[in-house]
Ligand binder design. Structure first.
Ligand code: ARG
Length: 576
């Protein structure tokens, strides 16, 4: 099914092209004066040196809009104000009601899309710095999957490197027995900090840690076993937080830096064959085009260090090669903090130089702003640490419990706990996703769990309210499938109009990875529903036909809200 706004744009584009003699953008957008407004005549008029209103009239003269538009007016200097025909909207909503996918087709040409997200470093707990990559990456993966793409999730754990020397030595010092049943590393962050303190203060320990690194790199069996222990303990902790946050990552998606170790020597061979490696100070380097340092000299990617070791960049080269050539990814989304902008830009350029990355395949860095505290600086705890993700989630759920106790005092205890979890977790995720991705945002729990404004609880509440209509009327909405939708009240028209936009919004959000568009849309939809619900009695509608039609509008609205939220990774409880 085609989105009505897209269909309108398409029909107008044809008319504009006819008048212009070449392609011309109709510039369709939502309007306060009508359903949509097309501003394209203004720009085209300049090009044609004709009065804009005359151009607008010419466009209307040739546009085929009869089945789609009830009213088309030329306004102001030459805008087109367009009102969608009720008949077209009714038909659209009727079709949504009987379609599991709510009228959103899967894409015509599905792609294999790899989403690289979360990627925490092993040996530390997940903290607020991992929130955005994890939440945005997961929503993106869900959205692309919903649209029919073949999504490959990858969790690029930082599970290799020199810090493991110090962690392993500290562990050996502790005398703990990893084979004991009650073995646990305990608080990972504290463990890491203690090891770090020893490393900085104790020369003998530091030397042992360095020797451990060599043993790790040369594959000493005991050392590898100890290393594996860290990985497993950390992965267990990560998984617990992912589950609490309702993130779709599982252990199968882990593809840490260490997974690429075996490919490193082969990488060097291949780059040598391609003639791309240059020696610089004993290190083997790539010099991707267009990157220069402060001194104006070409800026390197160090593929192999002077001591023969490899680092993060080399691993990423092996990874991108495998993603493109072996996994055959057509699009790779790196949902990674903006600090890594230069690194990733150089990585992509290097992948082009080698020929691994060629159009139509693409790689993109999905960046995001910071999570800010009330002082408008990076969010920190009172003691100055980055707050643990697990603590933030707990605080959100607790806060949600309070709000729900007030809002829904008659929920029983078990259900109240479940709803509080859905609302608290949803609030945090939605707070992150609803702001423009590349901007910083303020972490304000009170605002996030509020039932007013553009928040998850507001949308969840709107959804639950519709379910309560069905409960009160003892109605199974499926019984009304095939019912005719009648749009007599302006609020019914407006609600149907918003519903008809769902598919177009999802596609646009996926193209630019702009999840906040989905949030803004759902908020507008819930607002349109509220206006409808205040103006149009549903269970007590004046006659059966109207009642049935309104029940269909309710049903489709509830489904769009629930589906939209689920694409964002947020639950929609039936009762609040
Ligand atoms: N482990 C990295 C970090 O904590 C993120 C990994 C991102 N993915 C990648 N392919 N480099 O910053």
């Amino acid at each position: 099914m085609t989105d009505l706004a897209d269909l309108l744009t398409y029909r107008l584009a044809r008319a504009f092209a006819e008048v212009a003699g070449e392609a011309a953008d109709p510039a369709v957008r939502r309007s306060e004066h009508a359903d949509y407004q097309a501003d394209g005549a203004l720009r085209l008029a300049k090009r044609l040196r004709r009065p804009p209103r005359e151009v607008a009239a010419a466009v209307l003269g040739v546009a085929e809009l009869d089945d789609l538009v009830a009213k088309a007016e030329i306004a102001g200097p030459g805008f087109l104000n367009l009102t969608i025909a009720d008949s077209a909207l009714s038909r659209h909503v009727e079709a949504m009601a009987v379609d599991e996918r709510l009228g959103v087709p899967t894409v015509a040409a599905p792609e294999r899309i790899l989403v690289d997200y979360s990627g925490p470093n092993v040996g530390k707990e997940l903290h607020v710095g991992h929130l955005r990559s994890t939440v945005i990456g997961d929503a993106l993966a869900r959205l692309l999957q919903f649209l029919g793409h073949d999504v490959v999730r990858q969790n690029h754990l930082g599970d290799w490197g020199t810090t493991f020397g110090m962690l392993i030595e500290h562990f050996v010092d502790s005398g703990a027995d990893p084979s004991a049943d009650d073995f646990a590393l305990g608080d990972l962050t504290e463990f890491y900090q203690a090891a770090r303190r020893k490393f900085d203060g104790d020369e003998d320990f530091a030397n042992r840690a360095r020797r451990r690194v060599v043993q790790l790199q040369t594959g000493d069996a005991d050392t590898l076993a100890l290393w594996q222990l860290f990985i497993d303990e950390s992965a267990k902790h990560f998984q617990a937080v992912y589950d609490a946050l309702d993130i779709t990552l599982t252990p199968e998606h882990i593809r840490g830096e260490s997974a690429y170790n075996d490919g490193l020597p082969g990488l060097v061979d291949e780059l040598v064959k391609l003639g791309l490696l240059k020696e610089s100070d004993g290190a083997l380097c790539l010099f991707p085009d267009g990157f220069t340092g402060r001194d104006g000299k070409p800026f390197p990617i160090i593929v192999r260090k002077r001591d023969g070791g490899y680092n993060y960049e080399a691993t990423d080269l092996v990874a991108i090669r495998q993603r493109l050539l072996d996994l055959k990814a057509q699009r790779i989304c790196y949902v990674v903090a903006s600090e890594q902008r230069l690194r990733l830009a150089m990585l992509f350029e290097a992948a082009r130089d080698t020929g691994w990355l060629q159009p139509p395949a693409s790689a993109e860095h999905i960046t995001f702003g910071m999570v800010l505290g009330p002082d408008r600086k990076r969010l920190r705890t009172r003691s100055g640490d980055l707050p643990k993700l697990a603590d933030l989630l707990e605080a959100a759920v607790r806060r949600a419990e309070g709000v729900i106790a007030e809002k829904a005092p008659d929920l029983d205890t078990g259900e109240r706990a479940a709803v509080a979890k859905a609302v608290g977790i949803g609030a945090i995720k939605y707070g992150d996703l609803s702001s423009d991705r590349i901007k910083d945002y303020l972490f304000d729990l009170d605002q996030m769990v509020s039932f007013d404004g553009n928040t998850a609880p507001y949308l969840q509440y709107a959804h639950a309210r519709i379910q309560s209509v069905f409960r009160r009327g003892n109605i199974d909405p499926a019984a009304f499938h095939g019912t005719e939708v009648i749009l007599n009240d302006p609020t019914e028209h407006r609600l149907a109009l918003r519903l008809s936009e769902f598919g177009g919004v999802l596609n646009k959000a996926a193209d630019g990875v702009e999840l906040h568009r989905i949030c803004g849309y759902l908020f507008d939809l819930a607002t349109a529903f509220t206006a409808f619900y205040e103006n149009c009695p549903v269970l007590r509608a004046e006659d059966d036909t109207t009642r049935a039609s309104r029940l269909v509008l309710c049903d489709v609205t509830a489904k769009v809200l629930a589906t939209g939220l689920s694409v964002l990774g947020i639950a929609a409880p039936n009762r609040i």
